[in-house]
Design a protein around this ligand. Structure first.
Ligand code: ADP
Ligand code: ASP
Ligand code: MG
Length: 443
């Protein structure tokens, strides 16, 4: 029999009604054996995710404030689900909540606090499905450096799961060597799902959410964008890294290494096929030249100019060393003959600005340093761009037509993506213009 690992996001488990849908999906296919839940998400647009409630509540507790009311609101979210599902675990949850309350008072940490969202949801879901509950803290390990120990983790997950037929493993957290809880970054349940899939060498990693797949672009900018049917791991990584929010960018490595396909599906429309992510999608599987369009605002370009820079051996290394010493990794580095530009996140740069400028002056004695603080990056990604001549020309024609001024261009040698620098104000116009030409007009 096949083995599928299924991850359900917060909105998929926001209330009892959603739990019923999730159980139906799982029971419809016996190969859906290992389930990774997120914490309950938003039930309606203005609602608050349990994770955010936990962070806010813990912050009050850590300041020594009265957090009772906030805490009770969290208790109520779970109790309502349990009651409506008719589960007899109210006493168990009451005991769990009293431990959590005491840990809040003992300042157990923000990560511990946030992780309880998934932990409790895992207990509820395991009980509802009749599956074993496995605490992620017992099988997912971080090292002293805070980085995931993938090998050790995979061994532990595999060992533990080999003892049970079906299991629920909460997403988003694991444990440090000193047994304290640590979470991944936000949206990190996707990573847990990928780890579990890799550990059991699953045939498929299904990622169930509230949309029917990966959209060509952000639905907040282009309403009802087309859905990408099939996409490669590399394309997904580029798009996720550049801001496409539906799948955590770090969740790709564990499954990619193991060659496990990912399928993004909609809990509210299980009949939809969703998006399939594999190593090499068939060349003709996309009707468009580009696979996806993503981007982010909030970058800074630092341009260093010096006559005869090109003849000065080690110039680039010395420049990059200054950024490295300030703990800043750069995003892009377009260069001219006597200029070199480094694109970095604005907030990170500005926190270290004087030290970086001083460091550059000392390291390479530049003629000029120019700083442009108004940069957004637009990423146009697609395996089809390699075969198609004139893609770049069409992007720039679309941007020119939309009266967008292009500040920077960077095409990776893989020809998988073209990155364009524009002003923050032009960001949405640019996304719409590129979407329109490649998708609406299919040029
Ligand atoms: P979950 O809680 O299920 O993990 P997320 O909120 O993390 O769900 O991700 C799903 C949301 O991502 C969608 O509701 C959608 O609004 C947003 N989103 C942003 N960019 C994209 C994209 N390119 N494709 C699909 N969804 C996107
Ligand atoms: N609940 C966590 C968050 O809101 C993790 C996740 O949903 O994947 O970020
Ligand atoms: Mg998510």
């Amino acid at each position: 029999m096949q083995t599928k690992v299924v991850k359900f996001g917060g909105s998929s488990l926001a209330d009892a009604n959603q739990f019923v849908k999730v159980a139906n999906i799982i029971k419809a296919d016996p190969s859906r054996r290992y389930v990774v839940p997120s914490a309950p998400g938003k039930r309606f647009p203005k609602d608050t995710k349990v994770t955010d409630m936990l962070y806010a509540c813990y912050d009050v507790a850590a300041r020594g404030g009265d957090f009772s009311e906030m805490f009770e609101a969290i208790v109520a979210r779970y109790m309502e689900i349990v009651r409506e599902l008719g589960l007899k675990i109210e006493d168990r949850l009451t005991r769990e909540f009293s431990t959590i309350r005491m840990s809040f008072m003992a300042r157990a940490g923000r990560d511990y606090a946030a992780s309880r969202g998934e932990y409790l949801n895992g207990i509820v879901l395991a009980n509802y499905l009749g599956f074993s509950f496995i605490d992620a803290a017992d099988v997912i390990f971080f090292g002293e450096d805070g980085k995931l120990r993938l090998k050790e983790t995979c061994h532990a997950v595999k060992d533990r799961l080999s003892e049970v037929g079906n299991a629920v493993i909460p997403g988003f957290y694991g444990s440090m060597p000193n047994d304290t809880v640590k979470t991944f970054s936000r949206g990190g349940s996707d990573i847990t799902g990928a780890i579990v899939a890799a550990a059991v060498n699953a045939d498929l990693y299904e990622n169930w959410t509230d949309v029917s797949g990966f959209f060509v672009t952000d639905p907040r900018i282009v309403p009802n964008p087309e859905i990408i049917r099939s996409i490669t791991y590399r394309e997904l990584r580029e798009l996720a890294y550049m801001g496409a929010g539906v799948f955590h960018e770090d969740a790709i490595f564990p499954v990619r290494q193991a060659g496990i396909p990912i399928n993004i599906r909609n809990t509210n429309r299980p009949e939809d096929e969703g998006t399939v992510i594999t190593e090499s999608a068939p060349e003709d599987s996309s009707p468009y030249t580009v696979t996806g369009i993503a981007g982010r605002r909030g970058f800074v370009t630092v341009t260093i100019e010096k006559d005869m820079m090109n003849a000065e051996l080690g110039f680039g290394r010395r420049v990059l060393e200054v950024f490295e010493k300030n703990g800043i990794s750069f995003e892009h580095m377009p260069s001219g003959i006597d200029t070199m530009s480094i694109i970095v996140h604005k907030d990170e740069f500005e926190a270290r600005e004087s030290s970086i400028i001083e460091g550059l002056r000392r390291a390479v004695s530049p003629d000029r340093i120019d700083i442009d603080r108004d940069v957004a990056l637009l990423a146009v990604v697609g395996r089809g761009m390699r075969a198609q001549r004139g893609t770049a020309a069409r992007i720039f024609a679309a941007l020119a037509h939309a009266k967008v001024n292009v500040k920077m261009i960077d095409q990776g040698s893989s020809e998988l993506n073209i990155i364009v620098g524009i002003t923050n104000d032009d960001f949405e116009t640019s996304v719409k213009a590129v979407y329109d030409i490649f998708v609406t007009q299919r040029l």
